[in-house]
Design a protein around this ligand. Structure first.
Ligand code: GLU
Length: 431
């Protein structure tokens, strides 16, 4: 029995829509402008202070890069009241009509306050879960606080909020570990195309542990979401360049998907991981023995790149932006820059759905029905296509290697919101 109200009856609706494309500008009529002005005016004089409050209530901040031009036209004076004519002039610079859409509840989360409240309830529910153990096999990961818990959400319109650990706190930073795998797979697809990439890596769940020494019948790793497959996608990313250049390139792409927040290398974890990487070396030698690698790939450079990618440091805020870029078809919601082609994103999400949660992936697809990727540091992100990206951090892992609270959160999430990929068939009468 769903424990919460399903479907939401408090007006928390989502106008799921096709992902946004650069250059798309929706029409804004006089009526919407009036509606936006009136929504501010109903609370008092239309000042910049009031605007900032109204935007915050919708999950937008004054520092949002999309609002720069419009807010400078509005002026620095926080208390100057604007007439409708001045308001209209300032909003003409808001090319995406973000402000008027926010003020008239037309963003993807129309009622952001209720959305936040419901998500906070899901977060509080998951916070009660105290099961699982911190990963021990990479010594540096043992230093994490087992009770750490953080959540961040970003919609495809860039509405965002975070809870739990405060971003900027040392404890709120973690290594992304396996959550780097979808991005590296996306990069390989964009560089080489799907035919070539899948000559070297399959797209079937392996049904086995993430670091199992096994290949498919064509001597390929089963998929890019497990270690062997992720080592292979590293081998496919610009193999003729030196490792530093390849790593910088990957960090830059992370940066553009996360609105400029480039992840840094966590040196301690990198060293710790490399010093205890017998299994990953074994996987690479096993693949080389089976002539699985492309001819240009050097085994040691490939592993070096793989270790560095796993040891990139991030936080839930940045990861929710990356997940939101996926939810938005490859366009970062805050910068509106395309990072990946829609077709690439479709492939990435397909494999996250079938293979992203270790050997719990089938169970997760069944009970949660959303593309997600976890990592042994306790990082997890979930993509709700056309709606939002959600990132969590909680280092206690279950015996599959997934964050225990992340699983509790995910299950509760789809009892609270109709986001399971097959939720519509439950809500649609069959006759
Ligand atoms: N760096 C880890 C390893 O290769 C990644 C594992 C994970 O997060 O799944 O063992």
């Amino acid at each position: 029995m769903p424990a919460s109200n399903f479907p939401p009856s408090d007006g928390t609706h989502f106008s799921t829509r096709p992902a946004q494309f650069e250059g798309e500008v929706c029409a804004l009529d006089e009526k919407s402008l009036h509606g936006a002005y009136q929504s501010l005016e109903s609370q008092g004089p239309v000042t910049r202070l009031r605007l900032a409050q109204a935007l915050r209530a919708q999950g937008l901040s004054e520092t949002d890069p999309r609002l720069g031009a419009c807010l400078s036209a509005w002026g620095e004076d926080q208390t100057r009241a604007l007439s409708f004519a001045d308001f209209k002039k300032a909003l003409a610079l808001d090319e995406r009509h973000l402000i008027s859409r926010a003020l008239t509840n037309q963003l993807v989360s129309g009622h952001f306050g209720s959305f936040k409240q419901r998500l906070s309830n899901v977060f509080a529910f998951a916070a009660d879960d105290h099961q699982g153990e911190i990963a021990h096999y990479i010594p540096e990961l043992r230093r994490a606080d087992p009770e750490a818990f953080a959540l961040s959400v970003c919609t495809i319109d860039g509405q965002n909020f975070s809870m739990g650990l405060r971003e900027g706190d040392e404890a709120a930073q973690f290594c992304i570990q396996s959550t780097c795998k979808p991005l590296n797979y996306a990069l390989a697809l964009e560089l080489l195309g799907e035919d070539l990439v899948h000559r070297y890596v399959g797209r079937e769940p392996s049904g086995q542990g993430f670091n199992e020494i096994t290949l498919d019948r064509r001597h390929r790793p089963h998929n890019p979401m497990i270690n062997a497959g992720a080592i292979m996608t590293c081998a496919l990313i610009r193999p003729t360049q030196n490792v530093d250049a390849r790593f910088d390139y990957i960090r830059r792409v992370w940066g553009s998907a996360c609105a400029g927040q480039e992840p840094e290398l966590d040196h301690a974890t990198y060293e710790s991981e490399k010093a205890t990487a017998d299994r990953n070396f074994a996987l690479a030698y096993f693949m080389r023995e089976h002539k699985a690698f492309p001819p240009e790939a050097d085994l040691h450079d490939t592993l070096e790149l793989y270790f560095r990618c796993c040891a990139l440091k991030s936080d839930v805020g940045a990861l929710s932006l990356w997940a939101a870029s996926l939810a938005n078809g490859g366009v970062c919601p805050l910068t509106e820059r395309r990072v990946f082609q829609g077709r690439t994103v479709r492939h990435v999400l397909s494999l996250m759905l079938s293979c992203g949660m270790y050997d719990f992936s089938g169970e997760y697809a069944f009970s949660v029905g959303l593309p997600a990727k976890s990592g042994v540091s306790g990082a997890l992100y979930i993509v709700v296509p056309g709606v939002c990206g959600i990132a969590l951090y909680s280092p206690r892992l279950d015996h599959h290697g997934n964050p225990s609270r992340g699983i509790a959160f995910s299950k509760r999430l789809v009892e609270t919101f109709p986001w399971h990929v097959y939720a519509p068939v439950v809500q649609t009468p069959l006759s």
